[in-house]
Design a protein around this ligand. Structure first.
Ligand code: NAI
Ligand code: MG
Length: 330
């Protein structure tokens, strides 16, 4: 996908909370399947407390110079870290696959879809204002260019997967201007590709995903809707401990579990490392290491099916034990 160094350079950012527990496991998985140069970088609440900034300039540079970044999670400073880093890698799409796994209890075992989330604008563009003691506002940003770029990616994704349609999630009946623009842009690109972009209202989508998950393969969404719907998908397949994501840019990319720092379980060695390990598998694909990515997925699925698993999946294994079990199967 990208012009890389012979030995790809991977920036590694543990961040805060369970990021510090799951990222080392995923890194060891990467070390087990290939030769990489790892460069560690800091971000998040802890480094902010020490240095005054949650995203040191050095970290931006490390991410910009790397062939890919593996990122854990950061706490209260998430908006000041994750959004700028997505910008550093020029990410225009956040790819969030969600599926159920044999052996993992799921509300909806039939669910197997990918959320392709717009990653630069919408209500996350950062235009919030306090106008008075009583009144705050937010400006929602939607451009044709970002919407069309996302749609181009979605069409390529469908073409590679042999799919003839995707669902485009919107609320253009209310947000007529912004989501009207989003919907039109996505549908016009899809038409150029001969792919059907079927519109679904975002609130209806929440219900439909729960009631008939097998109907959906690819959801193309505005930024906030994709954030919410991917967490919903996580809930339907067994929890946030399972969902990986890729922030893809034209060349650079950053890979992170969908979950946050999980303060309720942080520091106890019981976080599920699977979401982060599967994010590392997506990173391997970005580096064109398809065989290694497949190996990691197969090993992870075998461990999910046969154990050991962490408490979120009903087991009693530690983060480290699950990581080791995955590596044993490589
Ligand atoms: P969260 O994803 O951290 O946790 C939600 C629930 O899922 C918790 O009960 C947690 O224990 C569980 N969970 C999450 N990941 C898990 C794993 N790997 N294994 C087992 N259980 C897991 O979301 P929450 O609690 O809303 O946010 C906590 C902090 O994380 C906040 O400070 C938030 O800003 C930050 N955050 C950061 C993100 C990022 O860095 N990209 C993304 C989401 C939240
Ligand atoms: Mg989220």
């Amino acid at each position: 996908m990208t012009a890389q160094r012979d030995t790809p350079r991977i920036a590694v950012i543990d961040g805060d909370g369970i990021g510090r527990e799951v990222v080392p496991e995923a890194r060891k998985v990467l070390e087990a399947v290939g030769e990489f140069e790892f460069v560690e970088a800091e971000a998040g609440d802890a480094v902010a407390e020490r240095t005054g900034t949650p995203l040191p300039e050095e970290t931006r540079e490390t991410v910009a110079d790397a062939d890919a970044t593996l990122f854990g999670a950061v706490g209260d400073s998430a908006a000041d870290v994750v959004l700028p880093l997505r910008d550093v890698v020029g990410s225009y799409v956040n790819v969030r696959p969600a599926r159920a796994y044999p052996g993992v209890e799921a509300v909806r075992p039939e669910l197997d879809l990918v959320v392709l989330r717009e990653n630069t604008e919408g209500v996350y563009a950062g235009h919030e204002q306090r106008l008075s003691d009583d009144l705050s506002t937010l400006t929602r940003v939607v451009t044709d260019s970002a919407s069309r770029r996302l749609a181009e990616f979605a069409c390529q994704y469908c073409e590679e997967m042999g799919l003839e349609s995707f669902h485009v999630v919107h609320k253009a009946n209310v947000m007529r201007e912004t989501d009207g623009r989003f919907l039109n842009a996505v549908q016009s690109i899809a038409a150029e590709h001969g792919i059907e972009a079927e519109p679904v209202l975002m609130d209806a989508m929440a219900t439909l995903m729960s009631l008939q998950p097998a109907e959906y393969d690819v959801l193309v969404t505005p930024n906030l809707a994709g954030d919410v719907l991917s967490d919903q998908a996580a809930g339907l397949v067994g929890g946030l401990g399972l969902l990986p994501s890729a922030n893809l840019g034209p060349e650079n990319a950053m890979f992170e579990p969908v979950h946050g720092t999980a303060p309720d379980i942080a520091g106890q060695g019981m976080a599920n490392p699977v979401a982060c390990v599967l994010s590392a598998a997506m990173l391997l694909e970005h580096l064109d290491r398809y065989d290694a990515a497949e190996q990691v997925r197969e090993a992870t699925e075998a461990v999910l099916a046969e154990g050991p698993t962490t408490p979120d999946l009903g087991g009693d294994a530690t983060t480290a034990a699950v990581g080791a079990a995955i590596r044993d199967r490589l």
